[in-house]
Design a protein around this ligand. Structure first.
Ligand code: ATP
Ligand code: PRP
Length: 214
C-alpha cells in the first residue's frame, strides 16, 4: 500500500483560503504553493503531499484514489453528485452562494413563481437542471466555462446561474439576484477505499482539519 497521503487542492481561492487552515492543523508546505509551479508539493510531514489541480478536477482525482483527500467547493461537489466520495468536513472557507441572476430591468417586473421555461447560461448545468426540474420548470441551459455575467448582456441567455459573494460582479454588470439555489463553502472530501485502508493516518489529519475549521 502507498504510504503517502495526497491532499488535492485547487490554485486560486481554495488554495489561498486553505493555507491558514492547513497551518492551524499543523501542515506546512515545504515551499510557497502560491509561487511554486510544482504540481506535487512536499510538506513538513514526510508522508503528506499536496497535489495542485483545477477546482473542477478535485472530485475526479479523489474518486479514482489518485488523491486520498481533497478540498472542493460544494458547487463542484453538487455538479458531481453521486461521485462516490465521502464529504467529511465543512471547512467553512470560500463561502458564497449559488444564485439565479438576471438583468435589473427584468428583475424589477419578474416573478419567479410564474416561471415555466427558462433560458439559462451556467457552468453548473446539472445542478441548474436538477434545481428547476424539482420545481417543474423546464430549462434550456447553455454551458459556459466562466464570465457567466456576460451572457444576458449580449443576448446569449435571459438569466444565469452563478456564484455570488459580495455581489460586486453582478452589480458591475447590471444584474440582480432573483433566486437562491444553495449556500456554498469548501468541503474536505475523501476517497472511500483510502478511508478504510489508511484509516488511522487519515483520521488524524481529518480530525486536525475539522478542529482547525472550527
Ligand atoms: P478554474 O480557475 O480552475 O477555472 P474556478 O474559477 O472555479 O476554477 P476559483 O474561482 O478559485 O476557481 O473558485 C474555486 C471555488 O471557490 C469555487 O468552486 C467556489 O466553491 C469558491 N468560490 C468561487 N467564487 C467565489 C467567490 N466569489 N467567493 C467565495 N468563494 C468563491
Ligand atoms: C466568481 C463568480 C462570480 C464572482 C462573484 O468568479 O463566478 O463571477 O466570483 O463574486 P462577487 O459577488 O464577490 O463579485 P471569480 O472571481 O472566481 O472569477 P472566475 O470567473 O475566473 O471564476
Amino acid at each position: 500500500m502507498d504510504a503517502t497521503i495526497r491532499l488535492a487542492l485547487s490554485k486560486g481561492r481554495i488554495l489561498e483560503e486553505s493555507l491558514p487552515l492547513l497551518k492551524r492543523a499543523g501542515v506546512e508546505p515545504a515551499e510557497d504553493p502560491l509561487k511554486s509551479r510544482k504540481l506535487i508539493l512536499d510538506t513538513n510531514s514526510p508522508d503528506l503531499k499536496l497535489v495542485i489541480i483545477r477546482a473542477a478536477d478535485v472530485p475526479t482525482y479523489v474518486r479514482f484514489g489518485a488523491a486520498d483527500l481533497g478540498i472542493a467547493g460544494k458547487d463542484v461537489l453538487m455538479e458531481n453528485e453521486g461521485d462516490g466520495l465521502y464529504e467529511l468536513v465543512d471547512l467553512k472557507i470560500a463561502r458564497c452562494r449559488l444564485m439565479v441572476a438576471e438583468p435589473v430591468g427584468l428583475a424589477a417586473r419578474d416573478d419567479p413563481k410564474s416561471w415555466t421555461r427558462l433560458r439559462i447560461a451556467s457552468k453548473y448545468v446539472k445542478t441548474t437542471q436538477r434545481h428547476f426540474a424539482a420545481k417543474g420548470i423546464q430549462t434550456d441551459i447553455i454551458k459556459l466555462y466562466g464570465s457567466m455575467e456576460l451572457a444576458p448582456l449580449v443576448g446569449l441567455s435571459d438569466r444565469i446561474v452563478d456564484l455570488v459573494d459580495t455581489g460586486k460582479t453582478l452589480k458591475a454588470n447590471g444584474l440582480a439576484e432573483v433566486e437562491h439555489i444553495a449556500d456554498i463553502s469548501a468541503w474536505l472530501v475523501a476517497n472511500k477505499a483510502a478511508m478504510k485502508m489508511k484509516h488511522a493516518r487519515l483520521k488524524s489529519l481529518v480530525d486536525r482539519l475539522a478542529q482547525a475549521a472550527g
